[in-house]
Design a protein around this ligand. Structure first.
Ligand SMILES: *[C@@H]1O[C@H](CO)[C@@H](O)[C@H](O)[C@H]1NC(C)=O
Ligand SMILES: *[C@@H]1O[C@H](CO)[C@@H](O)[C@H](O)[C@H]1NC(C)=O
Ligand SMILES: *[C@@H]1O[C@H](CO)[C@@H](O)[C@H](O)[C@H]1NC(C)=O
Ligand SMILES: *[C@@H]1O[C@H](CO)[C@@H](O)[C@H](O)[C@H]1NC(C)=O
Ligand SMILES: *[C@@H]1O[C@H](CO)[C@@H](O)[C@H](O)[C@H]1NC(C)=O
Ligand SMILES: *[C@@H]1O[C@H](CO)[C@@H](O)[C@H](O)[C@H]1NC(C)=O
Ligand SMILES: *[C@@H]1O[C@H](CO)[C@@H](O)[C@H](O)[C@H]1NC(C)=O
Ligand SMILES: *[C@@H]1O[C@H](CO)[C@@H](O)[C@H](O)[C@H]1NC(C)=O
Ligand SMILES: *[C@@H]1O[C@H](CO)[C@@H](O)[C@H](O)[C@H]1NC(C)=O
Ligand SMILES: *[C@@H]1O[C@H](CO)[C@@H](O)[C@H](O)[C@H]1NC(C)=O
Ligand SMILES: *[C@@H]1O[C@H](CO)[C@@H](O)[C@H](O)[C@H]1NC(C)=O
Ligand SMILES: *[C@@H]1O[C@H](CO)[C@@H](O)[C@H](O)[C@H]1NC(C)=O
Length: 425
């Protein structure tokens, strides 16, 4: 653990060294001041002119963004955001034009990538997805999960040796942030509030990592209606520290195992000093079964690989709504056909430990572990657990299906076995 975190600290130091205070060219982006004029072209120009060895500044004003941005060429640049970037409400435009993320048929409004980027919102800079419009609209659709073309607020693609800090995200259109093909990135002091003003938000993950490594999430605060932070396929050496998650589903591993015959991994994950308030879980795993039904984003299955080497230390919960620690290997999204088999997944979960899990719960289930019979969960440990109901009575259940060599606890019963996208059925 110590070695692991030291390595991360070095990454932070390195990033600060590499990205010297900008002394090159500075581009200050001018806002049109009105949402009938798109500021995206002006933003693009600033990044073209000052995106290498320079500085791009957003003033303390509102910028109106009505078209997609794909900025991938950054190098040794400082980006200071003092204002608000507000995305347009033209849902049909975004459904038609949002950019492919490169995984799960997901799409995005904004791609940002490059080497040695220092992006600072100074705790003021805000990305406002105008999500109230999206939450009202999606609630009326048949498919409220992953609607084709519904964009993530931002995708970091090919971002390396970089620091993103002090940014606020309000009412993201869908997931707030996807991170793909990125490594050695520190995401520090990020505030996300995807609480809808008019309609409840859905599928508004805080962040999702895909095919990325050495990603540090520190001092995050997330109010949302889905995964607080989710690690997906081929996420290596990720940490989440000193963070606060409200109302969402908790930290998710997966969904994973969605691509038939494809091997994917989530390995080396460290979580420390994290608080969960009114979330469904603290931590949960969701893997697809061995049977393929349809295609991503809402269908799939039959994937291989493992989720392994993870430590969750100092996990504080208040009013948690379901099992604090949960595994479902029977992921099935709304609309996915077939009943299937919940214990045939070839994806394995192993070497996962929770140390010091404290607080209040509304569920008697400390853990619900619905694992595969083909690749049983191995070396799952829960140590120093103290979860109580509001009335002071301790929660007692550890429900196990196909759990090998549990550590620190004895199984007390069987979990619910059935299709689930949320960790329990
Ligand atoms: C990075 O950009 C700054 C100006 O912003 C410049 O002074 C410095 O030389 C650049 N570093 C490298 C390695 O090019
Ligand atoms: C522009 O702002 C108005 C008033 O807030 C809003 O009704 C409208 O949907 C916005 N238009 C776009 C394209 O964002
Ligand atoms: C979106 O695409 C549909 C169907 O191709 C088309 O009818 C509509 O005009 C497009 N809307 C926008 C805003 O691009
Ligand atoms: C974004 O731009 C890069 C080139 O800078 C291009 O290779 C990539 O295909 C574009 N992405 C999308 C989703 O259009
Ligand atoms: C996207 O969906 C199509 C069919 O709907 C499927 O063939 C394809 O594999 C999916 N792509 C990804 C990257 O998930
Ligand atoms: C943590 O992030 C919040 C924004 O959510 C910020 O106000 C605060 O200053 C940050 N704390 C530290 C120690 O940087
Ligand atoms: C989050 O947004 C909701 C809706 O606007 C608001 O009621 C709530 O106060 C916000 N929470 C925080 C902590 O800012
Ligand atoms: C988890 O803890 C174990 C035992 O202390 C350690 O060997 C392992 O390296 C840790 N893994 C991570 C990702 O922190
Ligand atoms: C977590 O909190 C403990 C106790 O306050 C502290 O010793 C430790 O350094 C913290 N860990 C991280 C990664 O900040
Ligand atoms: C599910 O699949 C497993 C592994 O192939 C098999 O042992 C089990 O009998 C199946 N269960 C049902 C209900 O078909
Ligand atoms: C405390 O609350 C739990 C959950 O409602 C209930 O099962 C338990 O009996 C209560 N304990 C006491 C002592 O009232
Ligand atoms: C598990 O049960 C065994 C046998 O009753 C007992 O010796 C052991 O202390 C229990 N372990 C825990 C962590 O409760």
């Amino acid at each position: 653990m110590e070695h692991y975190l030291t390595r991360f600290a070095l990454v932070v130091a390195t990033c600060n060294l590499l990205v010297a205070p900008a002394s090159g060219k500075t581009c200050t982006v001018k806002s049109s001041g009105i949402n009938t004029t798109d500021d995206a072209p002006a933003i693009l120009d600033a990044f073209k002119e000052c995106g290498k060895n320079g500085r791009v500044v957003f003033e303390p004003t509102t910028y109106y963004i009505s078209s997609v941005l794909n900025i991938t060429w950054l190098e040794n640049v400082t980006v200071d955001i003092y204002g608000t970037l507000l995305w347009s409400t033209d849902i049909q435009y975004w459904l038609n034009h949002s950019l492919d993320v490169g995984y799960q048929n997901q799409s995005t409004a904004f791609i940002l990538g490059g080497d040695r980027v220092q992006l600072d919102g100074h705790n003021e800079g805000t990305f406002d997805g105008n999500g109230d419009y999206w939450y009202e609209w999606i609630a009326q659709q048949e498919n409220t999960s992953n609607y084709p073309g519904r964009p993530h607020a931002i995708t970091f693609n090919g971002l390396r040796n970089s620091v993103v800090k002090g940014l606020r995200f309000l009412r993201s259109q869908m997931w707030t942030m996807s991170i793909i093909y990125s490594d050695h990135v520190v995401l520090d002091s990020i505030f996300v509030n995807n609480t809808g003003n008019r309609s409840q938000s859905s599928n508004t993950d805080g962040a999702d990592t895909i095919r990325s490594s050495y990603i540090i999430f520190n001092n995050w605060t997330v109010y949302n209606g889905d995964d607080s932070i989710s690690l997906k396929a081929d996420s290596y050496n990720v940490s989440v520290t000193n963070s606060y998650f409200y109302n969402g589903s908790g930290i998710a591993l997966g969904s994973i195992g969605q691509y038939y015959g494809v091997e994917e991994h989530i390995t080396g994950f460290s979580v420390e000093n994290v608080t969960f308030d009114n979330t469904l879980h603290a931590v949960y795993f969701k893997t697809w079964t061995a049977d393929q039904n349809g295609y991503p984003p809402n269908g799939g299955g039959g994937g291989l690989g493992d989720a392994s080497d993870m430590n969750f230390t100092n996990v504080f919960v208040t009013g948690i709504r379901g099992a604090a620690f949960s595994i479902s290997q029977c992921t099935r999204f709304d609309g996915a056909p077939g009943e299937g088999n919940c214990t045939n997944s070839q994806f394995q979960i192993r070497d996962v430990a929770v140390y010091n899990l404290l607080g209040t719960t509304k569920s008697n289930r400390i853990a619900s572990l619905q694992c595969s019979a083909v690749e049983p969960c191995t070396d799952i440990g829960l140590f120093d657990v103290d979860l109580k109901f509001d009335n002071g009575t301790a929660a007692t259940d550890y429900l196990c299906g196909n759990v090998k060599s549990p550590q620190g606890f004895n199984c007390t019963g069987e979990p619910c076995v059935g299709g689930s996208a949320s960790g329990e059925c």
